[in-house]
Design a protein around this ligand. Structure first.
Ligand code: COI
Length: 348
């Protein structure tokens, strides 16, 4: 791996006491090109623009996928990355669906670890802070025929970040627009899934909501996801989340939470949740908690559900299931308890 270091770090110009999400980038990035049927040598170089032709394929057809994961400053000062192999596997599943070549494991893992090690000073301290890691993969051929690109770029950016949402969110049950459909790309972290969600999300925000609860494409009767996150709720004391399908992203936070709850003998059910069932439980106060689960926000409590003209309040208990899993995950990530699943990959 080629490493080109900055002459002068920018770290002293950053206000770590006031970090937004995903706007500050570290000194270096990793970049690796796929050309003539093979991956080249990965390179770590100073963070900065990637010169590109206006004919760059991804700009026209959205043949692009990404990942999101985090590195944490542990209580002993060391740095660990949470479940990077799971992100590596998911990146390649997304890539396959988008006709993008598979990224070799050593390029992803060795590149990631080397990069985080090099910029380790940027991993912030503080319970709500982490180093958000954004690997992405895009079509870089310079032609505008609508067929798969022949060259690709794999890149990793690092962004010391604060919380994604502040406080609890008010969600709208979406009945017009859809995020995904059977046979589609909903399970993939394809760039276009997110771009296509901005318009309905903006409409919901203009109506006073923070996010959308996506429902199924056929008749909007099943609960599917919450904004950019998986969704979960506790109904009659049972933790419920929709089962994975080709319409739903296989969230790593979702999987980690299910694992923790099952190991703690908490009743868990993965399967269909109808809009009716959710609304009835909420109205009858049998819904004791509802939240989004994702890498960026970790857990995002839902305080209100909007359905047509109705606005239903949802409890956001300080000592409920979400608080328990959030604390358990944090304790593992910060090295305050043993990591029974070997989820953390230490880099220093
Ligand atoms: C997530 O945390 O679920 C994401 O996908 C993050 C993002 C779109 C910023």
């Amino acid at each position: 791996m080629k490493i080109l270091r900055v002459n002068q770090s920018r770290i002293d110009s950053i206000d770590f006491s006031n970090l937004p999400f995903g706007k500050v980038f570290t000194d270096h990035m990793l970049i690796c090109s796929f050309e003539n049927g093979q991956w080249g040598e990965p390179e770590i170089r100073p963070f900065g623009p990637i010169p590109m032709s206006p004919a760059t394929h991804a700009l026209h057809y959205g043949q692009a996928v990404f990942e999101g994961m985090k590195a944490y400053r542990k209580s002993d000062g060391k740095v660990g990355i949470f479940r990077p192999e799971a992100n590596f596997n998911r990146l390649n599943r997304s890539a396959e669906r988008m006709t993008i070549p598979q990224v070799p494991k050593e390029i992803f893992m060795d590149g990631l670890i080397e990069l985080v090690r090099l910029d380790q000073k940027w991993v912030p301290e503080g319970e709500e802070l982490s180093l958000y890691i954004r690997p992405f993969l895009y079509a870089s051929s310079e032609f505008i025929a609508a067929r798969p690109s022949e060259s690709y770029v794999f890149c990793i950016l690092l962004s010391p970040s604060g919380p994604y949402y502040s406080g609890s969110v008010k969600v709208k049950i979406e009945e017009k627009y859809v995020r995904s459909a059977d046979g589609g790309v909903g399970f993939a972290k394809a760039a276009g899934n997110y771009g296509a969600a901005f318009y309905p999300t903006r409409l919901a925000q203009e109506a006073g909501y923070t996010q959308i609860i996506w429902t199924d494409h056929k008749n909007h009767s099943l609960i599917e996801e919450s904004g950019t996150m998986n969704v979960a709720m506790v109904i009659d004391g049972v933790f419920r989340t929709p089962a994975l399908s080709d319409r739903i992203l296989a969230g790593i936070t979702r999987d980690s939470i299910l694992t923790i709850l099952r190991d703690n003998k908490f009743p868990v059910k993965e399967g269909p949740i109808t809009v009716d069932e959710l609304l009835t439980a909420a109205r009858e106060q049998r819904l004791s908690e509802m939240f989004g689960m994702g890498t960026a926000a970790v857990i995002s409590p839902i305080s209100h559900i909007g359905y047509r003209d109705e606005l239903i309040e949802v409890p956001t208990p300080k000592d409920g299931i979400s608080a328990f899993v959030k604390k358990t995950l944090s304790d593992i990530r910060r090295g305050r308890v043993e990591d029974p699943y070997s989820w953390m990959v230490d880099v220093i």
